[in-house]
Design a protein around this ligand. Structure first.
Ligand SMILES: NC(=O)C1=CN([C@@H]2O[C@H](COP(=O)(O)OP(=O)(O)OC[C@H]3O[C@@H](n4cnc5c(N)ncnc54)[C@H](OP(=O)(O)O)[C@@H]3O)[C@@H](O)[C@H]2O)C=CC1
Ligand SMILES: [Mg+2]
Length: 340
């Protein structure tokens, strides 16, 4: 109890609300009792088999369902589950008012009954990205990534014994060896290549029809950012990058959990002839600034436009007290808009 009061006092003494929130969250990760107390009166983001629960408001736009812990307790009772499922909730953040935010996957319970009781729909994460306003998408992506990690990390890869999570869900410990596991991410580079006049976009065969994006690839073990970038551009389109600059970064939940770093790169117009590796990309081509601007003005749900019109992926935006982040792909494409 003393520790609970210490953490609450420590975070409330801070002059900056950002510092206060970060201290508050760190306290929840470090102390199971403090975290349990916060869970009793928290905001809950509900998932069913890793699909977030969304609700449509009067204006026809979608939001994540705003549930409190007590709402979820009632829901679990109505669905015939006991309250112990609540112990699987994972901490994902806190509001400006230091109200903890948790997520919970109720995948073992009846989906339709849950949707009816909550007045919402569990929507596939990719579709959610197109439906949610920018501010909510990153939080939902983070929640899904953490839930997925817990669902696939139940056993220690060294001993084969069960692992047990802390109250916040920020780590798991092997019951036999004491090895501690933390959620893992794969570093990824996404790069907008330019020849000074055009930018290079590509598409994989699995992309929705008409969708082109900046090139991307996973970092190999031991590589630097620039080594990954140069290798991926060489592998996928056969070009040698002359220079590059870092733009921004974001968490990217597909296919699992990636840490995506976005860059601009330039190639010489005299050496801009593409040699596409069709085992990696179905198509890659140079687009003019006008084509990219048209794509950015096309609503994502009107997908399916036939090539060569690039269709930009959905925008995700996160605002905090100190940072304003735009997802890398839009940041690099927006720079084209300014240049134009
Ligand atoms: N516009 C956007 O926002 C885009 C985002 N992306 C994202 O960028 C990332 C990279 O995508 P992609 O272009 O496919 O990557 P790559 O070009 O690196 O190619 C994918 C291949 O890399 C291998 N690989 C190496 N490390 C990993 C790992 N940690 N996880 C999965 N596969 C790995 C796999 O090959 P093998 O199985 O043969 O070993 C896989 O098939 C993904 O997160 C993807 O979702 C990609 C394109 C556009
Ligand atoms: Mg790639």
């Amino acid at each position: 109890m003393l520790r609970v009061l210490q953490i609450v006092r420590l975070s409330s003494r801070c002059s900056s609300s950002f510092v206060s929130r970060m201290r508050f969250l760190n306290g929840l990760k470090q102390n199971d009792d403090v975290c349990s107390a916060a869970l009793q009166n928290a905001h809950m983001f509900l998932f069913h088999r890793l699909s977030p629960l969304l609700q449509r408001n009067h204006q026809g736009t979608f939001r994540t369902a705003e549930l409190r812990t007590s709402d979820v307790q009632s829901l679990l009772e109505n669905l015939g589950s006991d309250r112990t499922l609540l112990q699987e909730a994972v901490l994902i953040g806190c509001t400006e008012q230091n109200q903890a935010q948790f997520c919970l996957d109720i995948g073992g319970l009846d989906q339709m009954a849950a949707e009816e009781l909550c007045g919402g729909t569990f929507v596939d994460l990719r579709k959610s990205f197109f439906l949610l306003s920018g501010a909510e998408a990153p939080l939902v992506a983070k929640a899904q990534a953490l839930l997925r990690w817990h669902q696939t990390s139940g056993f220690c890869s060294a001993t084969g014994q069960p692992t047990h999570r802390n109250r916040a869900g920020s780590q798991r410990t092997c019951s036999s060896s004491g090895i501690i596991y933390y959620p893992k991410m794969s570093p990824v580079v996404i790069v907008l290549v330019s020849d000074g006049e055009h930018c290079l976009l590509g598409r994989q065969a699995t992309f929705p029809r008409g969708l082109y994006s900046a090139l991307a690839g996973f970092c190999d073990m031991g590589e630097t950012l620039e080594e990954t970038l140069s290798r991926e551009v060489a592998e996928e389109v056969g070009l040698e990058v002359q220079s590059f600059s870092f733009s921004s970064s974001q968490h990217w939940p597909f296919p699992q959990s990636s840490f995506m770093m976005a860059c601009h790169a330039s190639v010489s117009p005299a050496h801009a002839q593409l040699c596409v590796d069709h085992s990696e990309l179905e198509d890659a081509r140079w687009f003019s600034q006008q084509e990219v601007l048209s794509a950015l003005q096309t609503p994502p749900h009107r997908g399916g436009g036939a090539p060569p019109h690039p269709l930009a992926p959905p925008k995700t935006r996160r605002r905090s007290s100190t940072h304003h982040r735009v997802d890398p792909e839009h940041q690099i494409l927006n720079r084209l808009r300014r240049v134009h």
